[in-house]
Design a protein around this ligand. Structure first.
Ligand SMILES: Nc1nc2c(c(=O)[nH]1)N[C@@H](CNc1ccc(C(=O)N[C@@H](CCC(=O)O)C(=O)O)cc1)CN2
Ligand SMILES: CC(C)(CO)C(=O)C(=O)O
Ligand SMILES: [Mg+2]
Length: 272
């Protein structure tokens, strides 16, 4: 056997739009490091998001606001080295795009140049229209993010369901149509009523990826550490856990501690 790597057909922004047209649902998960990204990519996930949720999950911050562009680039470059198939999206962190469109483009360019990722994601609608236009003009694919936008948590004060009022719902549909018109390749909808999410997915031809947005959208995204049960104190109803790694790891690590204390580890076959 040669040492040639298995050839994968890469997921592209175009293949995602084609998947929506064909009715094939899109799977998306976060990853922030090489080892996890390798497992996620090898499992067949279509899109890997290097989310600014790394601020919570990796760094232990209360919100996504503190993570920096340099830190996002570090996470993204680690993920890029791991993947063969998935499309990689990187969150532009808080403060790296809100000041003006030129700064937004500079930040997006740094991500593309220094990490090797394929696209960026920005939170917001009409208020960041000019920034999105500029980034798209430079040939950088953009994913939108509407509904619950964690970078503006202090504007709302809570993580409750968004766009329950008629006026907010109409604005959200308007924003989604605008993002499509500008040329975004997909939109994340976070924590909004399932009925509204369905309506948005039917109103645009680009894929709508939901998190807490019900089943009638074009794909789903979750934070990896949530769905494998490592973040056991995070329990929103939209989360389905596929493993209980917090407990399993605690048990395994406790066993290791016991084995060291009792001098069961290492044994003869584990020694030289
Ligand atoms: N790890 C983890 N961290 C994250 C996200 C995630 O996806 N998982 N996503 C972003 C934050 N988004 C949310 C979305 C929903 C909720 C949420 O639903 N929270 C309460 C309910 C809050 C309320 O109703 O007032 C709960 O049940 O846990 C919290 C953060 C960034 N950080
Ligand atoms: C998955 C999602 C949409 C949750 O807010 C995200 O943007 C992140 O992980 O940073
Ligand atoms: Mg994010």
């Amino acid at each position: 056997m040669s040492t040639a790597k298995k050839e994968y057909k890469r997921v592209t922004v175009k293949s995602l739009v084609d998947m929506k047209a064909a009715g094939e649902k899109i799977s998306m998960l976060t990853a922030y490091d090489y080892t996890m990204a390798k497992i996620v990519d090898g499992s067949g996930v279509d899109v890997i998001l290097v989310g600014d949720s790394a601020s919570n999950v990796m760094a232990g911050h209360e919100t996504t606001l503190p993570i920096t562009l340099d830190q996002m680039i570090y996470h993204a470059s680690s993920v890029v080295r791991a993947i063969y198939r998935a499309l990689i999206v990187v969150d532009l962190p808080f403060g790296s795009y809100q000041s003006d469109p030129k700064e937004a483009l500079r930040s997006a360019i740094r991500i593309m140049k220094e990490s090797g990722a394929h696209s960026v994601k920005l939170e917001g609608g009409k208020e960041i229209k000019e920034s999105i236009k500029r980034i798209l003009n430079a040939g950088i694919p953009v994913m939108g993010h509407l509904g619950l936008t964690p970078q503006s948590i202090y504007k709302f004060g809570t993580y409750t369901v968004r766009a329950k009022e008629e006026q907010e719902a109409e604005q959200l549909i308007e924003d989604a149509k605008m993002l499509e018109r500008l040329g975004c390749f997909a939109i994340v909808l976070e924590k909004i009523p399932a009925k509204l999410a369905k309506q948005v997915a039917e109103s645009v031809s680009i894929p709508i990826i939901g998190i807490g947005a019900g089943p009638e959208v074009d794909g789903q995204v979750l934070v990896l550490h949530d769905m494998i049960g490592m973040t056991h104190e995070f329990n929103p109803r939209f989360l389905r856990r596929y493993l209980s790694l917090y407990e399993d790891m605690t048990n395994a690590i406790s066993k290791y501690v016991d084995d060291v204390k009792s001098q069961d580890f290492p044994n003869e076959s584990e020694s030289y």
